[in-house]
Design a protein around this ligand. Structure first.
Ligand code: ADP
Ligand code: MG
Length: 264
């Protein structure tokens, strides 16, 4: 799982900061995101993960430093091109109107209207519905879905968008055990197709199991970035999260499993 080191980075953050009202939400982050890899972005609540994802998405402009996609600064991209290059699953899956789940998923194809790729709409929509296990929900009104069902339908919308960069903000937060694993398997599948996948996660063991690389943010700063083994040491997790932890090994995969130390 070494990725494609000879390819240019999909995205590059260079000393990128995002400051608002005298507060620094992201501070001087320098990091490359590569095609063919899953990058897990972790860190405590309020660390700046969603803000960093917003910078990578081009939804927020850095107040200092630069963020690029395919070697071009995001500020130089036009919205329609950007929508064909990167898909974003936001943390809150809010849809204002009472669209059906199918309609929400179909909206993922909007950036391709008027291009040759729109011929691919039915296939992309069907594949996204199958991958996220939501075929039984497509006729339902989106606001009536459970939190986990909304999350999966929203992920289907992003998959249908069929972008080379996929940014997912806590896609597993509302999901049951099986669907968490399935979402991470989808992320791995996207990377295997050569896409760059950046996924914000809270479950460090899930990050360790599925990510090629892990980046830890704390108070807006990038604390560490590297393989799960390099980054998720007990010492580092304890200092970032301020809680004693134990790092075990998965018997089958050898990947780290991080659990809090408990005294009862
Ligand atoms: P995370 O996703 O890691 O939980 P966020 O990126 O959402 O963190 O937010 C980082 C910090 O910035 C939090 O403390 C949050 O309350 C704060 N924050 C987010 N947006 C704004 C804003 N527009 N103005 C001021 N503070 C904000
Ligand atoms: Mg967040």
């Amino acid at each position: 799982m070494t990725g494609f080191p000879n390819r240019p980075p999909a995205q590059r953050l260079e000393s990128a900061s995002y400051r608002i009202g005298g507060v620094s939400l992201v501070e001087g982050v320098t990091m490359d995101v590569r095609y063919g890899e899953v990058l897990a972005l972790v860190g405590p609540n309020g660390a700046g993960k969603s803000t960093l994802l917003g910078l990578l998405a081009g939804d927020l402009a850095p107040t200092e430093g630069a963020v690029s996609l395919d070697d071009r600064a995001l500020v130089d991209w036009i919205a329609k091109e950007l929508a064909r290059a990167r898909g974003v699953l936001l943390q809150a899956n809010q849809v204002a109107f009472s669209f059906t789940a199918r309609k929400v998923i179909e909206m993922g194809r909007a950036p391709w209207i008027g291009t040759d790729h729109s011929d691919d709409d039915p296939r992309a929509i069907a594949a996204a519905i199958a991958a996220t296990d939501v075929s039984h929900l497509t006729a339902r009104a989106f606001p009536t879905l459970s939190g986990g069902e909304k999350a999966r339908v929203s992920l289907a919308r992003v998959l249908a968008q069929d972008t080379r960069i996929v940014l997912l903000d806590e896609p597993t937060a509302a999901l049951d055990l099986r669907h968490q694993e399935e979402v991470m398997r989808i992320a791995r599948g996207l990377a295997a197709e050569g896409r760059a996948v950046i996924v914000v996660l809270h479950d460090l063991s899930l990050a360790a199991a599925y990510a090629d690389e892990v980046a830890i943010l704390a108070r807006g700063c990038l604390v560490a970035h590297g393989s799960p083994d390099e980054v998720l040491t007990a010492e580092r997790v304890e200092s970032v999260y301020d809680i004693p932890v134990r790092v075990l090994r998965d018997e089958d995969t050898g990947r780290p499993i991080i659990i809090p130390r408990r005294t009862h």
